[in-house]
Every structure is written in C-alpha cells, then in structure tokens.
Ligand binder design. Structure first.
Ligand code: DAH
Length: 341
C-alpha cells in the first residue's frame, strides 16, 4: 500500500505540474480525490490492513491528500494569474496608434451666412426676434401699408391657406417688424432670419421657399444715415473692407423713402461683366425708413420716433459669398456639393 500511495503522489504531482488549463486541473482533482478517485479507493481499502499498520498508512494517505490539495490550489492560482496576464496583454491600449477621425458633417452654406449675419448684428447690439411662417394677411400685408388689391397680394404670387385669403405663408420676414412693434416699445433693434414662401417656379435663381433676414431699428432721431452706416458695416464685414455700396431709390409700401442697396461687382469693379450681367452692380437688399403709417398702426408715435428697416435674401447672400451659380444646389442635399464649404 505504501508503494501505491507513493506512486499516486508521484504521478498526481507530475500531472498537476504539467496541466495548462483549469478544466484539465479539475479532471485531475476528480481522478485522484473524487468519490471514485484513486486516493479515495486506497483509503476505502484500508479496512483490510493489519490494525498496527492502519495508523501509519492513514497518516501517509492524509499526507498525500494534503500534498495533492496544495498542488491543485497553487496550480489553480497560477492558472488564474496567467489568464489575467493574457487578458491584460490582449486589452492593452496602444496610445501611439493614430486615432480614427469621426465625420461630424458640416454647416450648410445657408446656415454659414445665416450665423455670420446674426453674429455681425448681435455685435452691433441687435437681438434676434422670431415670427410665424403661417401668417395673417393682416400682418403680411395690411399692417405693412399694403392695401387690398395691391399686386403683391395676388393669388398667383402668394400661398393662401384659407378661401378668404386671410391666412397665408408669409411672403417676407417684414411682418415680424409689426409683431415686434406691437409688443415692445422703442428703442427697438432686432433682426429676424427665417423662411418665406412665394409661388415661384424653381429655376437657377428662384425657389418657392427661401430665406430672408429682416432688420428693424426704431428710436428717437433715427435717420437714413444710421441705415447707411449699419448696412455698410454689414457689407464690409461680409465681403471685405474694399466692398463698395450704392443706395438707389426704390419703392416699398412699408418704407418712405425706400431704397435698394447694390454692391459693386467684385469681378469687374463696376465696368460690367458676365457676373453682374453688364450692370457693374449687384442688387443685395431692400431697405428704407419705416413708413409713419406703419409706426402709427403699431401704436408708436411717428412724430416722436423714427426707424429704418431692411430685408436681405439669405440664399442670394450665400450664393454671392461662395460663388454658387445655381440656387437649386442649396436644396438638393448632395453631400458632394455641401461638403465643400
Ligand atoms: N420685404 C421686402 C421683400 O421681400 C424686403 C424689404 C424691403 C424689407 C425694404 C424691408 C424694407 O424691411 O424696409 O422684398
């Protein structure tokens, strides 16, 4: 029996030593120490020994068992540590590998000029006002001194939403002027960018939806000089300090006097070329001094206060800024085009 026990000790320790995973180690535990294991079998046969030999063999068997248990648990710890080391090596972060770049997309060219214009005006002390795109004709026309029967009200030009033409998609951002003047007292200094709608056929310069930015300043002693100074600042900030403007008389129902502002063609410097269609100037925006009737209609005394207003097309501004020749490109959502700006 001694020889058997010694052999079990030798063989088991050798097997445990060379094991490389926990499953194999568990199998060895079962093989030697399990209910039907080799050592267990020896212990069971102890009853057949000479009574004098029993305690000696019992002690040896216990020694062998303890040795095997020790070997198994130290091997188990060993395997666990190795596994952890492997895992750590596998998950190690190489901080020297170049990163991958996320594609965040880009601002739409329209948004770029929109944000720029807002930036320029807020820098001059303006705040941003908002108005509804579904508008009462009362605000889009009447309160802007545009009487019934005025050609701008034609059904062929305006999207009306009711049979009596009392509600429409606003055709301009100018009604925001009225909303602001009805709800706030001077001094007023606001801009209002947003969508406007007209029944235009789609072509290189027209779209049934486009965007404008309205501006309005009302205070005591506001003059055409303030209008010119403000708009010249806008133009020079947008197009550079050399940009030259021209204020040309025009007519709008809600301003008196009214003007259109042109910028000298930067291609030919006024000579006339393909870009400016031979004019030497490019039309930029409409403006004027707020009509006394519009002020009075909003409860602002035109004998005390005066103001100027302007409306600029944002698509036109973006097209000029980025040399885009076809308005449709702004709406076709082709990322190959939009990714350039
Ligand atoms: N609302 C005008 C348009 O859509 C633009 C405009 C002209 C706005 C003169 C103004 C202004 O505020 O004073 O053509």
């Amino acid at each position: 029996m001694r020889a058997t026990l010694e052999e079990i000790r030798r063989a088991s320790l050798e097997a445990i030593e060379s094991v490389i995973d926990t499953e194999a180690l568990e199998a060895l535990r079962v093989k030697y120490l399990g209910k039907k294991g080799e050592l267990t079998a020896v212990l069971k046969s102890m009853g057949g020994l000479d009574p004098a030999e029993r305690p000696v063999m019992g002690q040896l068997a216990n020694e062998v068992r303890a040795k095997i248990e020790d070997a198994i648990s130290s091997k188990a710890a060993d395997l666990k540590r190795k596994l952890m080391e492997q895992k750590l090596a596998l998950e190690a972060v190489d901080v020297t590998i170049p990163g991958t770049k996320d594609d965040f997309g880009k601002k739409h060219p329209l948004t770029i000029v929109w944000d720029e214009a807002v930036d320029i005006f807020t820098g001059m002390g303006f705040t941003v006002a908002e108005g509804p795109e579904v508008e009462l004709s009362e605000y889009n026309f009447t309160k802007l001194n545009t009487p019934d029967g005025h050609p701008a009200r034609e059904r062929s030009d305006t999207f009306y939403l009711t049979d009596d033409d009392s509600v429409c998609l606003r055709t301009q951002t100018s009604p925001v002027q009225v909303h602001v003047m009805e709800t706030t007292r001077p001094p007023i200094r606001i801009i209002s960018p947003g969508g406007v709608y007209r029944k235009d056929e789609v072509d290189a310069t027209h779209s049934p939806i486009f965007h404008q930015m309205e501006g309005l300043v009302v205070d005591k002693g506001i003059t055409m000089g303030d209008l010119k100074g403000t708009l010249n600042t806008l133009v020079k900030r947008l197009y550079g300090p050399e940009a030259v403007t021209r204020f040309r008389p025009h007519h709008f129902p809600f301003t008196e006097p009214s003007c259109e502002v042109d910028i000298q063609c930067f291609e030919c410097h006024g000579e006339g070329c393909r870009v400016c269609k031979g004019e030497g100037w490019i039309e930029l925006l409409g403006a004027g001094m707020v009509h006394p009737r519009v002020l009075a209609g909003c409860g602002i005394d035109p004998d005390v206060y005066s103001g100027f207003a302007f409306g600029v097309g944002l698509e036109r501004m973006a097209m000029r800024r980025f040399n885009i020749s076809d308005l449709r490109l702004l709406y076709e959502n082709d990322v190959r085009f939009l990714g350039q700006f």
